[in-house]
Every structure is written in structure tokens, then in C-alpha cells.
Design a protein around this ligand. Sequence first.
Ligand SMILES: [Zn+2]
Length: 394
Amino acid sequence: MNASSSSVVHSFLLPLAGLAVLASQGPGALEGPLRSTPLESRGHGVYEPPAATCLSGADRRRIQGEIERNRVVLESLGVLPTAHSGGAVNGQRYPLVLFSWPVRAVGAAALDPGVHGISNFVDNDPSGGTLVEFQCGARTYDNHRGIDIFSWPFPWNRMAADEIHVVAAAPGVVVGKQDGFPDQSCSTSGGQWNAVYVQHEDGSIAWYGHLKTNSVTTRMVGERVTRGEYLGVMGSSGNSTGPHLHLEVYDGGGQLVDPFAGPCRVLAERPTWIEQPPYYDSAVNRLQVGSTSVVMNPCPMPDVPNDAVVLSRGALGYFTTFYRDQRAGQTSVFRIVRPDGSTHHTWQHASAVPHYAASWWWWSFFIPTSVPTGTWRFEVVFEGETSSTDFVVQ
Ligand SMILES: [Zn+2]
């Protein structure tokens, strides 16, 4: 699958289900002092993030019924307030419920600048047939009733390592949960998902779906969760083509909510975000250095990052950058920095493709035997943000 290392330019072909194939680059694309070596190469790939009907209508109705039954019991026990009507809960005006970000990285993943992307927003066309999200674009699929936040890069590795947590976007009471269903789905026939359903103070309910098997919070139905509290590990249970969170929200009156404010939002508006992410949230999620290129595997196999802390003089070094929402014309300025802070090599790059939800680009260079040993730095400036990672040359 990997391109050979004998030509100047590699085409990096990924003949994999769920991964689109990318173009090779034309010769002469490299610049700088290493240009003449025949071992230079570059490549590029795109991850097709989950885009599937996350929940069947039958499953949705079953879940709604289950939540409703739990609510009746919890209301009778006084755990939940009764009567959400006329903009009031038990005669009191609805408090404004606001969402914080529902995904958090822990462990090694938390060292990266970013760990997620958004593949689908809520479809605001209730009649079906057309795709309209809050911003009037088509980054959704027909009748998608949630927001899909996917893990990127290395979604399966990180799921195995429990590194991407789904956390409560707002405090509330658990009004339902389910666990124990398989979490390696790569298709829309994955059966039931693992999920947690949380009712907020205003009667609205958030559904957190596709969680990893046996990762669902030990909080019982009726127990409270705080903002940011662990709910489960991002997984691929149910109808799913890769690890992601499907966040579906209903307001106190049972109406579907789109938490994203925008000109084409026609759905219910509360809860909404404390801080709404940009529509195109273009950023570097990860930088890495290695002695060979990353190997991306088909769903549900883990990828082989091939990252390394130590590179050897006289060998190849691979410098890889993973992006979310990379758009045409956005320039990355890369630098390989020597231990004394001087620039060993710098180059620029911009994609010509309008939008990638998740992409990666790599360059490899021969590391001359004459360069100093010590701690080096690989750095990129993208969209005004500088990201870097250290490595050792020996
Ligand atoms: Zn979804």
C-alpha cells in the first residue's frame, strides 16, 4: 500500500473502504536545501468521517418510549420536575441551558492540538429530501437529527485506548442509558447503539450515542451528572462507520433542537452552545515525525501511526500533519528547526480542494549525516496558530 521510496514523488494510494484516494503531487513541488536528494517524497490522504443514518426511526421511537417511561417514574419520585409547559418548569421560567463541548481527550491524545472534526450537522429541512444545515450548506444528510463529532486521527487506536471521552455538555439527570452492544460498526446495519440520555434543568434532553461497549457511565437512571462529567468513550456502536459521537437534542416540549445558530436554523434553538465552533473549524489536529509513513487501515482496524521520537542521520524522516476542515488556499508554513533554533528547512503548502473534513499530508526528507544531533522541532503555522512537536536526531 505504501508507495516506493525510489521516486521523487509518490502517489499515496489508499485502496481502502472508507478512505478516499488522493492525488499524487507533481514533480518539482519540493523546495529548499534537500531538493536534490532522490529520496524525498510526499503524500496525502483523506479520511472519510462517519456519514451514515445514525439511528433508525424504529430505534428512535423505542428510545423515546424508554425515556418517557423513565421520566414518568422519576417525576413520581420527585427526581425530575413535572410539567414543562408554557416556557416554565413547575411554574418557574425555563433556565437557559447552554452547552459546553461534549468531547474531551485524555492520555496521549490530549497532547495533540486537536482530536475531532464535525462530519454532519443537523438537517434543518423537516420535510425531507433536501439537505440544509444551520449555515444553509449541505454538511449533513437527509433527516440527520444530530451532530456527528468524529475522532481524528487514529480513531480506532484511540477508541481502544479509551482516549476520547464523551462528556456531559450540560448538567442534568440521567433519564436513560444502554450499554453492551457491539462497538466495531462500519456500516449502517450495526444494530443498537450504546448511549446515555440526560435531561437538563429546562426539560430538554441530550442523547449521546455510539459509545464504546461497556464504557457507559456507572451513573444510574435518576442520578445527576455535572457539566463535563464523563459519560462514555467515543465508539462506533449502532449504525456507524467509525468512532464518533451523535449528539441529538430535544427541547422541553419534545421538539428537535439544532444547537447551532445560523440563518437556516428552523429547528428549536435551546439549548445552544456557550461558544459555538466556527462552521469551518480549520485547524491542525496533530503533527508527527517518524522514520516511515503512517499506514491507515480500513474500518475497524487500528491505524499504524509509525511515529517516532528519534530519527537517524543518514536516514529518511517523515513529517506528517493531520488537519480538520482543511480548505483550499489555506497555507501551511512548515519548518524543521535545528537544536540551536535555526531553520534547517522550510516549505509551504496549500490544498486546492475546497474542503476536507479530515486530511493528512506528509513529506519525507533525507537527513544528512552532517547535521547536528540533539532535540529538533517540527513546526507548522496554519490559520494563525503555531503547532510543533519535538524530536531527536542522533
Ligand atoms: Zn449522527
